[in-house]
Design a protein around this ligand. Structure first.
Ligand code: SF4
Length: 250
């Protein structure tokens, strides 16, 4: 017992005091910025991008797998900032665009879900379905509840049964052989329920979008409440996105 107490004192307080405003390492490739409108750079970068995330004066955060190829090749046009606040409640606002009027670029934002804010005041239970994921987003989602990030302090937890869940959080591009399990899990969650997409694969299919093994027909019919970009999504991005959706970020 005495040794246990000694170890506990030695470890100290390990949780990040405020995950919503945590300082992240400067090398973290978070929210991308477009630094200038340069047609040639966008054209060349779009042929380099492995997921087709770069379009006409735009970068689709929902498709980006953060390989860094664009910023390495065209550092005057693309930059990734150490900013984990990347989630959005609308798919279209994940597309970062250069605004020619103001010479700035847009950034994603989360709109508060009024129904969830009212219902999930103290607790928010998530059921994760990994539908063909590589296990990276699943690991980061698990890490969100570990001693460092401690998502549980806000009453947000990943639960074992869809019957106990308020939301389905999907990771992975949705392989055909997981599509039925995904639909069944969704149907097992009591209403009202929301769908959250975590990671580039869940949002757009990521690197696997053109694979024959992918079955996203059901997902196309759904209206997700939250999109959390990343490859994988960072625990701070996950926590910030969920807290924003619940209207708990000032
Ligand atoms: S960092 Fe993203 S946008 Fe840039 S090349 Fe890689 S996948 Fe494409």
């Amino acid at each position: 017992m005495f040794n246990l107490l000694k170890a506990r004192i030695h470890h100290g307080y390990q949780a990040i005091p405020d995950p919503l405003n945590a300082a992240i390492h400067p090398s973290f490739p978070g929210l991308p910025t477009i630094l200038r409108a340069c047609k040639e750079d966008f054209c060349s970068a779009s042929s380099l991008c492995p997921t087709g995330a770069i379009g006409d004066n735009s970068l689709d955060l929902g498709k980006c797998v953060f390989c860094g190829e664009c910023t390495r090749s065209f550092p005057a046009t693309f930059a990734f900032n150490p900013n984990f606040r990347m989630a959005s409640s609308r798919r279209e606002s994940l597309i970062i665009r250069w605004d020619t009027q103001s010479n700035t670029c847009t950034a994603p934002a989360v709109e508060v879900n009024a129904a969830l804010k009212k219902l999930c005041i103290r607790s928010f239970a998530l059921r994760n379905v990994s539908a063909g994921g590589c296990n990276a987003c699943e690991l980061e989602l698990g890490a969100s509840s570990n001693v460092n990030f401690d998502m549980g302090r806000y009453g947000i937890e990943v639960v074992a049964s869809p019957r106990h869940a308020d939301a389905l959080i999907l990771t992975g591009p949705v392989s055909k052989n997981m599509e039925q399990a995904l639909v069944k899990t969704w149907e097992a969650i009591p209403e009202p329920r929301v769908l959250i997409l975590c990671g580039a694969c869940a949002i757009s299919g990521g690197s696997f979008v053109n694979s024959d093994a992918i079955g996203r027909d059901w997902l196309q019919t759904m209206q997700p409440a939250l999109y959390i970009p990343g490859c994988p999504a960072h625990p701070l991005s996950i926590i910030h996105g969920l807290m924003s959706l619940l209207g708990r970020v000032k």
